[in-house]
Design a protein around this ligand. Structure first.
Ligand code: SF4
Length: 290
């Protein structure tokens, strides 16, 4: 594997916060994208007492070439999951909860029903908690997207992941225009929208510029930019290590283009310090209820 530059050293998971989150996830039979995607921030986030819960199982119907989540035939839909997610958010005491899912192209609604049930359950049990949903594209279908939006999350996040030219080799079953459409539709319904890109996977400077312009044209509110990390040898190789200075330059550029917030740095992920990324829109200034 590629040798990481010094600015990419991850925190070793430890401490009571980490143990609490680990036990909670296990006891509630939940899945997290933190574990499934081999996120480098797991040590830090779990030690802070937060995790990003991944609903609809741990097996994805898609085979994105950057992602460590297992691909295959998912199991049965678990209708007890929304209540367990809601309870986990309560026990973690989160003011800002991020929920994501695998892609469920095997289901006619892409899993939107469970998505909506989960958002409603979390809101019901945690009325003071802001909910950020990091959703798949539902194959571009408007009805499933509307079902999730009808449940009224606070932030609608859908990651572009990469530039136009690299969609096919990187995301395989996804499409650039389709992802833009998800963000456009959510914005048209008045939602705060958010997206993210990985850098260092083969994109060129002018392609980043084009993508930021396209996203700004959709009035996306929050942008995250982070370094692509290769999860295993079977995944796409790292093209380059993007320096902290370059990330800072892209942040400045994004703000000039009109994004309300841009978090840009080697370790930035959609859900990394997500409560801080969206504080401008939610007013949430700390992670936990006191
Ligand atoms: S950045 Fe997100 S996915 Fe990674 S450990 Fe933190 S909460 Fe989990």
């Amino acid at each position: 594997m590629e040798r990481k530059p010094p600015w990419l050293r991850a925190k070793i998971p430890s401490g009571p916060g980490y143990t609490k989150v680990k036990d909670l996830v296990k006891e509630n039979r939940l899945h997290t994208v933190c574990e499934s995607a081999h996120c480098p921030n797991l040590g830090e986030c779990w030690s802070r007492g937060t995790a990003t819960i991944m609903i609809l199982g741990e097996t994805c119907t898609r085979s994105c070439r950057f992602c460590a989540i297992a691909t295959g035939k998912p199991g049965e839909v678990d209708f007890g999951e929304p209540a367990r997610v809601a309870d986990a958010v309560r026990i973690m005491g989160l003011k800002h909860a991020v929920i994501t899912s695998v892609a469920r192209d095997d289901l006619p609604d892409g899993g939107a029903d469970i998505w909506a049930r989960t958002v409603r359950a979390v809101k019901h049990v945690n009325p003071e908690t802001h909910i950020e949903v990091l959703i798949p594209d539902f194959k571009g279908q408007e009805e499933p997207l509307n079902a999730v939006l009808d449940a009224d999350p606070d932030i609608l996040n859908h990651n572009m992941e990469t530039v136009r030219r690299l969609q096919k080799p990187v995301r395989v079953q996804a499409q650039y225009e389709r992802s833009l459409e998800v963000l456009r539709r959510a914005k048209a319904r008045g939602f705060v929208t958010k997206t993210g890109l990985m850098l260092g996977i083969g994109e060129k400077e002018e392609e980043i510029e084009e993508t930021l312009g396209d996203l700004a044209a959709e009035k996306v509110d929050i942008l995250t930019l982070g370094q692509y990390l290769r999860p295993t040898q079977k995944h796409l190789p790292i093209d380059r290590w993007v320096t902290p200075d370059e990330f800072a330059t892209w942040k400045e550029r994004a703000l000039v283009l009109g994004f309300g917030v841009c978090e840009s740095g080697p370790m930035v992920r959609s859900s990394y310090h997500a409560e801080e990324q969206s504080a401008k829109y939610t007013g949430v200034t700390s992670l936990h209820h006191t």
